[in-house]
Design a binder for this molecule. Sequence first.
Ligand SMILES: [Fe+2]
Ligand SMILES: [Fe+2]
Length: 241
Amino acid sequence: MLWSIEDLKGKKVGEIVSSDIRTADVFKDFGIDFCCRGERLLGEVCKVKGIELKSILQSLEEAMRDTKGPVHDYQNWSVSFLIDFINNTHHPYVRSSLPILLQYGEKVYNAHGSAHEETFEVLQILQYFEDELLKHLKLEEEVDFIILKKLIQDNSSSSKTLVTQSKKILQNLQDDHVAVGDKMLRLERITNNFIPPADACNTFKVFYKKLSEFRDDLFNHIHLENNILFQKISNYIQSNY
Ligand SMILES: [Fe+2]
Ligand SMILES: [Fe+2]
């Protein structure tokens, strides 16, 4: 057994996923937000949601025994490597997926909008992502991540401004993540967790499948930033300043 029930109760959700990314799917299945609100204690979340800790523990252990696919050891990556990884994998994925999702969304809304009114809101949320999420990625790549890298590389203790700037960046980016995460939760709700309706055509089915893949990638992306990258930077600031 990896953890006792007592251990598990006092652990933060984000901390569990940080220790092994394979556990992310378990929280997704139980409807527990591990990325934007990963700082909550699992015991408290389970109490609120009426979930038995024993069943979570069982699923976590199963997930961690799963050997298919590579498991990245994010915790041991440097800040600079993590930032490059995010910029080179998750960001291009968002940029290439959104136009395709919007095309599907428009098609599905035009064909099924009258029978399935929720497809209009789905389209609106995708448009929100295109406006806000793309701005957020650009800000990370062109300004914020550069400053955060500089903070870690700067060995002189005279960079008080850099520390203040970095703290503000972490707060602002996390606020953006909460806003984006809330929109994604709304999307899950109105699409019945991306389950296509009984009368859905193939395009509709493919659209919901692609949306759920987009959700998975976005939650892993935010988790990597909030619970691993930003945590590393906060720890660095705490021990050096
Ligand atoms: Fe990002
Ligand atoms: Fe971000």
